[in-house]
Design a protein. Structure first.
Length: 135
């Protein structure tokens, strides 16, 4: 089996740790100096990596920009009590980007974290995703 680790670039390590622990309930695992920290409590460890705005990930890449940006990869966090989870996230700097939507499988809130990364909060209801597959 492949081990998955999720890495999130932020421009301020302490602010990144604070958002993901206080807003989403993750726990600080280890700090790796002043440039990285491991957060635990999700199904995969999440590494918060301090990378300054304007720095390049690779030669020829666009500079890092922590304004709201689109990326084809985002994180979904499954929560109970979606309304309270959204309020907590907003209180810690997240932006709710549209009204909470009811889906066949439950409810979804689409947000951006304080670093411009998209994320969703999901609250499963009934059969959850099994409602989509007929299981």
């Amino acid at each position: 089996m492949i081990e998955l680790r999720v890495c999130i670039d932020v421009d301020d390590l302490d602010k990144g740790i604070a958002f993901y622990t206080e807003a989403l309930g993750l726990k600080l695992g280890r700090r790796f100096g002043e440039k990285a920290a491991e957060l635990l409590g999700a199904s995969a460890p999440i590494d918060i990596l301090a990378k300054p705005a304007g720095s390049l990930a690779t030669a020829g890449a666009s500079p890092r920009d922590y304004r709201r940006h689109w990326t084809p990869v985002h994180l979904d966090f499954v929560v109970t009590g979606l309304d309270a989870a959204v309020q907590r996230a907003q209180a810690h700097g997240a932006t709710l980007e549209q009204d909470i939507k009811q889906q066949e499988w439950g409810r979804i809130a689409i947000l951006a974290d304080p670093f411009g990364h998209g994320l969703c909060l999901l609250e499963f209801q009934g059969k959850g995703y099994d409602a989509l597959s007929g299981s």
